[in-house]
Write a protein that binds this ligand. Sequence first.
Ligand SMILES: [Zn+2]
Length: 184
Amino acid sequence: MKNKTPKLKKKSTGKYGNGFYADEDIKKGTIIHMFTGKRMDVKELVQKVNSNKENIDDPFQIGKRTYIDLDEVSRTFNHSCDPNCGIRKVGEMFSLRDIKKGEEITYDYSLTIAPTEWKMKCLCKSKNCRKILGDINSVSKKQLDSYKKFGALQNYMKKLLKEIESGNYKVPKYEIEALNSLKI
Ligand SMILES: [Zn+2]
């Protein structure tokens, strides 16, 4: 029973489509979900978005060049600027604190996004809501430090942050080319 993930319930958030809610009390540090779906690179991602097979807000980044085309379950989890879950390793979502039955399960979308032009309006209404979501650089230093403390960063993002913090990070050329060909 050790590896069993907690019971969740899918229902309408009343503001931005469906979300997942805890259907039992969850202890801090519990694995909640593994993000899964077909792997794709940035070129495939752009092709999918351009042919309306994918919404630009939906792909989930798991590597410098690798994204997942999230399955239906995985794409139901919503963002919050004050989330109760983090993501670590490769797409492993876990609880950052104790979660009460009935609370919506959320994570911080920006934590999975390498520096890019991506922006999304946020309706999470948490006290520290950033209003406009962006990439990892849009997360405040204080909040990023607390995510780091919890180990709430994926493997690739840990490496990337080292490059960003040492001033050696440049948006890769393939990414700029791909994004320039986006028709949105
Ligand atoms: Zn927000």
